[in-house]
Design a protein around this ligand. Structure first.
Ligand SMILES: [Fe+2]
Length: 334
């Protein structure tokens, strides 16, 4: 039987968190009061740049942003946030009759609009509608057509593994280890499916990385590293183009972020990195350390564990690493 590690509360359930960005203090106050009353965790800021920083540093399930602000307009904020988290619902606050602005908002990634002046009691309904849409997207991901797509993509991933001359089992193993971690963290079923698909596809962007770089046995040059690192961003972009898989794109985009915020492509920190990405990062590292490569032999389990623990809290989420290490030590993960 699998051992189930103790789950700290922040990893299991947390209440839905909403970020509200508006330069009008009155709007922030009314909005925050209405949302808190409806049971949401609310963070507010009057500065869109601060809003982006908050997004990079802490997890958020939905953003409500004003369209016009002095430091950065809501459209730019929407577009930037959407580039980092393609599936994050972003609701824009607009004035009455601004059809062109709404059209532009949709084009740049807004998912809905609230027209000013608004009634505070209507806001939770709009929020709920957008969160529901997100839930339906996850559901579609695990539906029949989602499974067919999954099969097509695992075939593609086997080709990516072969490009890198690593075992064709790499993606499968990373998915297997990720699921073990997810299970120990008691992730709900839909999130387990998202994790499984994300783990399988994490390196899909390497389809565009030259073989000469992937197979190079000497150290990469700075320029080659630059190209290598692009696979995370490219993978996210490839997946974002498949409507039914859009939900996976930020998981793939962020699989090389580091817990301390020094990773790539966006330097996201701690809980702002999607949990599936944090799990995949640890599983990917462990799988790579314990597999033979052209340029080096595999590490022993003890050495791999030491390496994971040495990077606990720096590269890896401490809770994820502790869970993985516990399972390596009790033989649940080999
Ligand atoms: Fe990768």
């Amino acid at each position: 039987m699998d051992t189930v590690a103790a789950v700290p509360e922040q990893v299991g359930q947390r209440s839905t968190s909403i970020l509200v960005v508006d330069d009008d203090a009155m709007v922030l106050q009314v909005m925050a009061a209405g949302l808190r009353q409806a049971g949401y965790q609310v963070t507010t800021t009057s500065n869109p740049l601060e809003g982006l920083r908050l997004l990079r540093e802490s997890a958020c399930d939905l953003v409500i942003s004003d369209a016009y602000m002095p430091e950065m307009d809501g459209l730019t904020l929407t577009e930037t946030a959407n580039g980092i988290f393609p599936e994050l619902p972003i609701i824009m606050l607009t004035g009455f009759g601004t059809v062109d602005l709404m059209r532009e908002g949709l084009r740049r990634g807004a998912s809905d609009f609230i027209t000013k002046p608004f009634r505070a009691r209507d806001i939770p309904l709009v929020v709920e509608r957008n969160l529901e849409r997100k839930r339906l997207e996850i559901e579609r991901l695990t539906s029949h057509s989602g499974r067919i797509l999954f099969q097509a993509i695992t075939a593609l991933l086997t080709a990516v593994d072969a490009k890198e001359q690593r075992t064709a089992q790499h993606s499968r193993r990373v998915a297997h280890i990720s699921l073990k971690i997810g299970q120990a963290l008691r992730l709900p079923e839909p999130e387990m499916r998202v994790l499984e698909l994300g783990a399988w596809m994490h390196d899909v962007g390497k389809i565009g990385t030259p073989d000469a770089i992937l197979r190079k046995s000497e150290a990469l040059t700075e320029e080659e590293w630059h190209i290598m690192r692009q696979h995370a961003e490219k993978g996210g972009e490839i997946i974002a183009q498949i409507e039914d898989l859009r939900y996976l794109s930020s998981i793939i985009r962020h699989h090389h972020e580091r817990y301390d915020g020094t990773g790539y492509p966006d330097g996201l920190k701690a809980e702002a990195i999607p949990l599936p990405s944090r799990i995949i990062t640890a599983a990917d590292a462990y799988e790579t350390m314990t597999t033979d490569r052209v340029y080096r032999g595999r590490l022993t389990l003890d050495a791999a564990v030491a390496e994971l623990l040495a990077n606990r809290g720096a590269q890896f989420d401490p809770v994820v690493v502790d869970t993985l290490v516990q399972m390596i030590e009790d033989g649940t993960v080999r």
